[in-house]
Write a protein that binds this ligand. Sequence first.
Ligand SMILES: [Zn+2]
Length: 207
Amino acid sequence: MPPLRLIVTLLASFWCLSSAALAGPFSTIVIDAGHGGKDVGGNYKKVYEKHLALDTAMRLEYMLKKKGYRTRMTRKSDVFLSLQKRASIGNRYRNSIFISIHYNYTYRKGAAGVETFYYSKRSKPLAQYVHSAVLSKTRAYDRKVKFARYYVIRNVRNPSILFEGGFLSNSRERRHCRKGYYRQRIAEGMVAGIDRYQAARRAGRLR
Ligand SMILES: [Zn+2]
């Protein structure tokens, strides 16, 4: 192979490799407060998932902005938003990450803890960073980072996670989740996780 062609081939393969990696830091954080409006989400008496999710999202947004991050909320008030709309907002910002915030509910009263879902392989590190930082802030039971096929994380092309902050069907956890200081800890954990994830992106440690 003549040297020039060899150089061109090498350059081309290098370009392919580097564009497959997550190149550098992300620039925007899309925060998605689950449910809203007519869709109240999980609820126990007057404790609605949609309200807790929005409150946590606003705490998160406030702290991220203070740290200089660029943010975008999918909803800022108690309005209904389709899953398609949420995903399309997530895809509007090319170099972004997407964090969907929820609280859990199940008929099994004993179920408790925090869990974080991802769909694509490249979203897994974001899930791990956020999940472990929230656990250390809240000391909640660890339901682990898991793969799931939820619509928003399946359809947002950027690294995206769906976070479940605790069970409203569990009386002890519901008591925690209703308190502002507890949701504040969740949001603080998320900020710490996002910071570490961004540092890893900046250092080129993630694929
Ligand atoms: Zn939910």
